[in-house]
Design a protein around this ligand. Structure first.
Ligand SMILES: CC(C)(COP(=O)(O)OP(=O)(O)OC[C@H]1O[C@@H](n2cnc3c(N)ncnc32)[C@H](O)[C@@H]1OP(=O)(O)O)[C@@H](O)C(=O)NCCC(=O)NCCS
Length: 189
């Protein structure tokens, strides 16, 4: 099992959980990410651009999303979230999703700080975090590997964007948890 000790945030980088009051900044940043990097997300700009501000506020209220800023700026410049399935048989696994850092804030340590906040939160609510990343996305893959994520599979042609296929790498980070192998056997189906 992998143990991840989050790095100390770099100077000038702050990250915190977002709430409904952050909806306007989150909407702008999210749509910028979807428009600029359609191959990096399963969601599409066309779907979310049509949503009202209240839809983004509700997403922030219902989900654990973390936002980040650099250099004391007021504009939200990065975001990442953790999704935990409601279904009892799946709720031990969280999904890291929606990771986006504005180009002006890249290579600042903000992405690692956001990831550290998500994992800090995840450690208290799930046993393992999974994610999917387009295999050609070198910066994201390196970011996740540095945090301890390991590749457990590749889905060929996972996304089709503007007629082009993209493979996705499936990654997981398991937290130290008590051995549950002694639990009752699972029935079939
Ligand atoms: C993915 C993303 C959040 C990473 O943030 P970043 O600030 O660009 O990356 P970092 O500076 O933290 O770099 C992470 C690692 O990748 C490396 N890296 C950064 N840019 C790179 C590039 N273009 N090519 C190759 N490696 C790169 C860094 O050197 C670092 O590796 P190291 O720790 O071994 O030095 C950001 O690029 C982004 O928002 N991209 C668009 C959306 C996206 O792809 N989201 C991920 C969806 S799964």
């Amino acid at each position: 099992m992998v143990r991840f000790d989050p790095p100390a945030p770099e100077a000038g980088v702050t990250a915190r959980r977002l709430g409904a009051g952050d909806a306007a900044g989150y909407r702008e940043l999210r749509l910028e990410g979807l428009a600029g990097h359609p191959e990096a997300f399963g969601a599409s700009w066309e779907d979310e651009a049509a949503r009202p501000l209240a839809w983004f506020a509700e997403r922030l209220e219902r989900n654990a999303l973390f936002g980040g800023w650099v250099g004391g700026g007021v504009d939200l410049t990065g975001v990442a979230g953790l999704l935990v399935p409601d279904a009892p048989k799946l709720s031990h696994k969280g999904v890291l999703w929606g990771m986006y850092v504005r180009p002006s804030a890249r290579r600042t340590g903000l992405a690692a700080a956001l990831l550290a906040r998500v994992l800090e939160h995840a450690r208290g609510v799930v046993e393992e975090v999974r994610l999917t990343v387009v295999s050609s996305n070198a910066a994201a893959v390196r970011l996740y590997e540095a945090a301890g994520f390991e590749t457990y599979g590749v889905e060929r042609r996972a996304l089709k964007v503007a007629g082009r296929y993209h493979d996705e790498t499936l990654m997981a980070l398991r937290f130290d948890t008590p051995d549950r192998a002694g639990g009752p056997p699972l029935g079939k189906g």
